[in-house]
Write a protein that binds this ligand. Sequence first.
Ligand code: ZN
Ligand code: ZN
Length: 155
Amino acid sequence: MAIEREGGCACGRVHYRLASPPMFVHCCHCLSCQRETGSAFVLNALIETDRIEWLGRAPAPLSVPTDSGQSHRIFRCEDCQIAVWSEYGGVAKLRFVRVGTLDDPHAMRPDVHIYTRSKVPWVSLPEGVPAFEASYDSKKLWPAESLLRRRAILS
Ligand SMILES: [Zn+2]
Ligand SMILES: [Zn+2]
């Protein structure tokens, strides 16, 4: 199990392990995520910062401009510059880990698709996974245990 939740950058200096499954996994189709990844969407595993164990060097944060004005810092390996996670709104206890940096990137599937209004037309969404034009109400969608975990870090 644990090996499924290890990941890191391309050069291997940033290496991490998630101590538990994430609270929730977002597939975000917004234009900012498309630009920041150079791809069609991003897969983010939302997890408490203190559940990320260091097995290598820590990545360094870099602030990026946002449309909303809300802060967004992307954490990158200082050597190979691969982005491993993001911090939104200055919430230091919560990380958005890029699922594609896991050693087994297929280990986590999206729990929700968001900002589908800007989804590229050639991506079709699977049946049975909730999808929203923009953001969504996590209180209606997240498992109770995940909501408790989030409350514990945001209170
Ligand atoms: Zn690296
Ligand atoms: Zn996005």
